[in-house]
Design a protein around this ligand. Structure first.
Ligand SMILES: [Fe+2]
Length: 290
């Protein structure tokens, strides 16, 4: 999980030097202990799943629905990770590991770099279906894992893990976090001319699924890596801007070959942009079918 960014700053999670909580391993993983989830927990998952699957019909990139099917995530109840991992590992070499909550950046990106996705081992309450202080198992598994069943996306996420570790060493986490934020969490992409969702923060949010595609309020502009690296973001509200890839496949190719070290240097003395500023001179992208 990697979504606890303080508004428009570098990600602030638990301090880098923090040691794992009691009961967690050195890499912060814990046993999922699936039997601990109550019937109510499973009911909340099922409610969220049914609602979101209906909402995302025609709104998510095709690869997402394919991933749900490939992993058979539509079975009732919170997925048992051992079982899910058998399918995911066979498909792309990734696994999902349980963590108690937010983890330090270094731990998070090291997991990604080794093809492991950390998932919060708890679920929101039925009274808080739409409000989340920390990413839970629904956000992490439903939002992030289906695309990890796709080889190109799986490779991209591992590369982001390596880039995250490098950004930490270089003091560039604020830039790398923006790239992660505006793609993995809140990315949109065109598919046959239509705007679709691929970011997990949107895929797992009922309200933002519609808002990101259909509202007149946010800005939407073409995905330009320099702008993305300069654009701050906020984590406490729907996004003020979204960056739109001309296709998910092209974006992954572009990002995998981008020379981030070069870009960090090039952008070093340029001011940050606010989400609204970032779009002023960028070409805007509108939904073809709206
Ligand atoms: Fe996330």
């Amino acid at each position: 999980m990697f979504t606890d960014f303080t508004a428009e700053t570098a990600p602030t999670q638990t301090p880098r030097a923090a040691s794992p909580p009691p009961g967690a391993a050195a890499d912060w993983t814990i046993d999922q202990d699936w039997g601990r989830f109550t019937p109510e927990d499973h009911r909340v998952w099922d409610l969220l799943f049914a609602r979101q699957q209906e909402m995302l019909s025609g709104r998510a990139v095709r690869a997402f629905a394919e991933g749900l099917d490939l992993l058979r995530l539509s079975r009732p109840g919170i997925p048992e990770l051992n079982e899910l991992n058998e399918r995911l590992l066979a498909r792309t070499g990734w696994t999902v590991v349980s963590v108690p909550g937010l983890v330090p950046d270094e731990i998070f990106f090291r997991h990604l770099s080794e093809r492991r996705f950390p998932a919060g081992n708890f679920i929101r309450s039925a009274a808080q279906l739409d409000y989340l202080e920390e990413p839970d198992v629904f956000h992490d598994v439903f939002g992030h894992v289906p695309l990890l069943a796709q080889p190109a996306f799986a490779d991209f996420m591992q590369a982001l893990g390596r880039e995250g570790l490098r950004a930490l060493e270089l003091g560039q986490m604020h830039r790398l976090a923006r790239l992660y934020w505006y793609s993995v969490e809140f990315g949109l992409a065109l598919e046959e001319g239509e705007l679709k969702i691929f970011g997990a923060g949107i895929l797992s949010s009922f309200g933002e699924s519609r808002f990101s595609l259909e509202s007149e309020i946010p800005h939407r502009s073409s995905f330009d890596i320099r702008r993305v690296l300069r654009t701050r973001y906020r984590s406490d509200a729907f996004q003020a801007c979204y960056f739109v890839a001309d296709s998910l496949g092209h974006l992954l190719d572009d990002l995998l070959t981008a020379d981030l070290l070069y870009l960090y240097r090039e952008l070093e003395n340029l001011p940050d942009l606010s989400p609204a500023e970032s779009l002023v001179s960028a070409s805007s992208v509108r939904r073809k079918n709206s």
